[in-house]
Design a protein around this ligand. Sequence first.
Ligand code: MG
Length: 426
Amino acid sequence: MNSNYSRRSFLNKGAAGALGLTLFTNFANDLFAAVQKQNLFSAPSDLKITDVKCAYIRSGHSLFVKVYTNQDIVGHGEAVDATPGTYYLVRMMGDRIKDENPLNIHRIFEDVRRRGFFEGAQSGMYIAVLTAIETALWDLAGKALNLPVYQLLGGKHRDKIRVYMDTALYQSQLPGPEDFANSAKEAVDMGMTAVKFDLDQYNDPKKYDHYNWTASPGEMQRMYDQMAAAREAVGTEIDICADMHGRYDLTTGKRVAKMLEPLNLMWLEEPIPAENSDAYYHLSQSTSTPICAGENIYLAHGFRPLLEKGSVDIIMPDLQKAGGLGEAQRIANLANLYYVPFAPHMVASYLGAMASSHVCASVPNFMILEWQIYFHKNPMFKEIVHYEGEMVVDGFIPLSEKPGIGVEINEEGLAKYADKEVPFFA
Ligand code: MG
């Protein structure tokens, strides 16, 4: 870190043509004082990317990248889900952005995206890897300029980010209505004001056919009973919502959404896969239950048809794979033109949670961010990322004011859980 470099070079360059002028000297002195107050952590115009390295956990489903620079400032980023097998993709993108100034975040994003036009840069793994790298650039820029990421994104609308608890009450374990009620109460006792449940159940004994996507009346009744128990447990002032993971057909989606109407859900999530915006339009038109979708949609391009057609009531991009923090802001702003709330999906670590929070703070139409019960039950998460204290306080994430994202990878801790078949930050 060289905090002297920029003000010295500025004064040398600026003073050359105006030596002897009192007016300028006063001006220069004032400016010198102002620049001195600004704690630059680097020489931003001379920053260069020197390398990009990565590590994986959860069988490749969580990717952590580290962007290195010539001034020893590093940035951390994370991507999820669409990441297994992407080691060489990280290395390739890293080579492509080497020697670039990491502060040109939007340009680097656009260069990498355009260069990958024939390599799958429309969605999937390519965009997920780009997301992790782009996120690391924001972290790096914040550290170089001594500003939190939300400030680089244009400032904040709010100081704390409302979250909902994903109960991870997996249907494979055949939870009953009483389990839903207990999980809902547990989340509320932890300070949460909103809770989400999964309703899709592959091994439901009431299912007639394991291959088609049509739920039987018994399955639908089971879904209703589970959500009714959750509603009864928490009362009318807590938000509840349900996820069907895109595992049903349109007729089932319509019937379940209709059936759940009396329970006043915050939303019903992806009863059908999200790639057909016409089907979603018919679904959302058929019910007063708000319909939410988008955790597997990439880039603002991907959200455009859903928004233009009025196919969904709420969008839920995953900010650890949809294209990065800048693209997430563009997606939110696009949704805002249609008065559609932005409620990001989040299945990452503390790093992804806080990175998402900066975007959520920066846009007007943020509604709520996903939070996971695993943060409270699985000690791995505290070991892999440095974070002092609890990230969620009374159902909200207080926004970090530290430079960058405000959360650091703990390489020693991460190494314990890292996938061994790929190099670890090498
Ligand atoms: Mg979901």
